[in-house]
Ligand binder design. Sequence first.
Ligand SMILES: C[S@@+](CC[C@H](N)C(=O)[O-])C[C@H]1O[C@@H](n2cnc3c(N)ncnc32)[C@H](O)[C@@H]1O
Length: 240
Amino acid sequence: MSKENNDITIIETSDGSHSLFVRSLNETYHSRHGAMQESQWVFIKHGLASAPLGHRPSAVGERSRTTLNHQILEVGFGTGLNALLAMRWAEEHHVNVHFTTLETNVLELELAAQLNYASSEQERSDFLKMHAARWNQDVVITPYFTLHKALREVQSEVSISQFDVIFFDAFGPPTQPEMWTPAIFQRLFNALKPGGILVTYCAKGQVRRDMQSVGFTVERLPGPPGKREMLRATKPASHG
Ligand SMILES: C[S@@+](CC[C@H](N)C(=O)[O-])C[C@H]1O[C@@H](n2cnc3c(N)ncnc32)[C@H](O)[C@@H]1O
């Protein structure tokens, strides 16, 4: 899937936050009922904030406390909205978050700079730092948030038991059916630590069954405004 960046326009969604509309796909990056509300509800409230915390002992010489640490994998960096909200959460809760995000179509910085997601000048500067960050390497954005933007497709993901949470934020199944297959869910299942969770805004029965077929335990949760349900899939804790 490839698209020209002049094919993309900024739209305003029902909660006042921006999203992007891709003309050639007739698809938006977020729910038209509220981009910010959707991201906050699906990926932060039911994802990051409800995941089991990974504990990492402090290195010798560091302050003598246990450092809490979340390893996140996102499918689709896009506008960076989910990354921004995860950064906000990390700073508010003093939890280290390492955020790996996969992308195949990089947005122009000038476009990202027009998005109205930041809640302060400091956040705006951090958001632009995310978009300007080099690909395929760790970049420290704030004290609690490190970003790793990976310029590769999810179809080539080979991580094993590495992540606590996966934000599965691909375009919807009608637009990009190749992203919603048992083969992809198998890769994402493998990439999660036992007990780790995957969240997505999509609640289609076929998607739920495909997740179950690779070993996930899947819950249907109430959806964000304008959507009845969403899915949260857990890799059983007993899975070695
Ligand atoms: C629904 S949008 C992402 C929304 C994004 N999380 C945000 O907050 O803006 C889907 C994203 O997945 C990206 N994408 C498309 N195919 C992909 C692939 N094979 N692997 C990883 N990302 C892909 C698209 O370029 C797009 O940015």
